[in-house]
Design a binder for this molecule. Structure first.
Ligand SMILES: [Zn+2]
Length: 465
């Protein structure tokens, strides 16, 4: 059905102008000062949205999400039914989920399993990074199949050895294969052995609460992980995307590799920009709500991360959404912080928090906002210009954003399936007035109003040769 958006202030990574947008057959077909819809558009059920006084952004992309996630003896709480609607309500129209098989799982079976959890159940579009959690000849041939089937990015873990982590020999071969296939490798960089020894040491000293999580994975451990990974990647020239970079020393290691000529991009998370390690010190085990890895850091890093987003040194902002309830799940680590399931869910709130504390607070301009939360992820992961911009021919994924909205975040009103919010009571200054996926209005005024199965699996071609 046709869609006409009138008089919006269109913001992309590079442009800022007022115009009408007309969409048909899932794509943007015309953009102009005044667009006249075809005479039969009304009889075909055209939707018209008055966007005067509002921004029109390209649909936002969260490039790092977990939905189906068996982890630390439990499962993350969201399903595609809950997560995709929550994503859309928050302005995210495409999400990229991490496929995280156990070492003993076969990659192709894992790909089918994760895809099966999403297909026909998602309200927003989706694709995956393929976790490489074991490397041998059987895994290699299956990874080649998976790339042919439309995934063009891998995920590797230097942390979580024994669960998802690969050893250095496997790392070597994974990076070599990725370069050969033109696949970008996303990577969790922390030295697993060092983390494990520090955890044991802290526990033996009776330091068992969530406030010790950060001390078990200090900034230097993350920086070492980045340096370690880049040393391997530079042997082949493999393109690297460092996920959830939390602190200045880790960013600096990536930038030093970039200076040496490496192709490396950096992701940070909304949590690192706004929360800090004192949140994990909250009493009565409330600190467990703020446990993720890498951990929330000393606040002094935040300015550096904002500056990095501003200058483009840091490419993207994601969430690493991994929802575990406080009751029954986070509580598994009451006597031992190493047993607290890791994750600070924020899929639904990323865009509004980034807008409020970035754009409204004067830390970042509108173009950088769109670039970091949408355009750059689309480019890196083979979705541009289909996603990530507003142009004729692009998918009609649009966020009509109301900068006059004022509200508060709360677990009592959010749509993700979890019993707490790390941002409980935080004010937001702006939210999506309407959100479309390929021309269909999916969200209006904070409510899901669309087609719960509209979302499609997005196939992607390798673009990192
Ligand atoms: Zn993750």
């Amino acid at each position: 059905m046709p869609l006409l958006i009138r008089n919006g202030r269109i913001i992309t990574a590079t442009d800022d102008y007022i115009a009408d947008i007309y969409c048909e057959d899932q794509t943007i077909t015309r953009i102009g000062k005044t667009v006249e819809a075809p005479p039969d558009a009304d009889s075909r059920g055209m939707t018209t949205i008055d966007a005067a006084g509002k921004f029109v952004f390209p649909g936002f992309i969260d490039p790092h999400v977990h939905i189906h996630l068996p982890f630390m003896g439990t499962h993350a709480k969201d399903t595609y039914e809950t997560a995709s609607k929550a994503a859309l309500i928050g302005g995210t129209t495409t999400l990229i989920e991490m496929i995280c098989p156990a070492r003993s799982d076969e990659p192709l079976a894992a790909f089918q399993l994760w895809k099966g959890k999403a297909e026909g159940k998602s309200a927003c579009d989706f694709t995956f990074h393929m976790g490489v959690t074991r490397y041998d000849s059987a895994a290699e041939s299956q990874l080649r199949e998976i790339v042919k089937a439309g995934l063009s990015s891998f995920k590797i873990f230097l942390a979580y050895k024994g669960a998802f982590g690969v050893d250095d020999t496997e790392l070597f071969h994974t990076l070599k294969l990725a370069k050969q296939l033109g696949v970008i490798v996303t990577a969790h960089c922390e030295n697993a052995e060092l983390v494990s020894e520090l955890q044991k040491q802290l526990l033996s000293e009776g330091k068992t609460g969530p406030q010790w999580h950060e001390s078990s994975r200090p900034e230097s451990v993350e920086a070492e992980g980045v340096h370690h990974l880049m040393t391997f990647a530079e042997q082949f020239g493999t393109h690297i995307y460092i996920v959830h970079t939390s602190c200045k020393p880790a960013v600096q290691q990536a930038l030093m590799a970039r200076e040496r000529g490496a192709n490396v991009w950096i992701e940070t998370l909304i949590q690192y920009l706004l929360l800090d390690k004192t949140d994990a010190e909250r009493p009565d085990f409330e600190g467990s709500k703020f446990v993720m890895s890498p951990p929330l850091r000393d606040k002094r890093n935040q300015r550096y991360l904002w500056d990095g987003l501003n200058s483009g040194a840091i490419s993207t902002i994601a969430t690493d959404h991994a929802p575990f309830d406080f009751k029954g799940q986070k509580e598994m680590g009451r006597d031992d912080f190493t047993k607290i399931p890791n994750g600070i869910p924020s899929l639904e709130d990323r865009v509004n928090l980034f807008y409020t504390h970035g754009v409204k607070a004067g830390r970042i301009n509108l173009h950088r906002f769109v670039y970091a939360a949408s355009t750059q992820a689309a480019k890196l992961f083979g979705l541009f210009p289909r996603k990530g911009t507003i142009a004729v021919g692009s998918d009609a994924d649009l966020v009509i954003y109301d900068p006059a909205y004022r509200g508060r975040i709360s677990a009592s009103s959010h749509h993700i399936n979890i019993d707490y919010s790390a941002f409980e009571g935080w004010e937001i200054e702006g939210r999506p007035h309407a959100v479309t996926v390929r021309g269909q209005v999916q969200v209006k005024e904070g409510k899901f109003v669309g087609d719960a199965t509209k979302g499609k699996f997005l196939t992607r071609e390798p673009n990192h040769f």
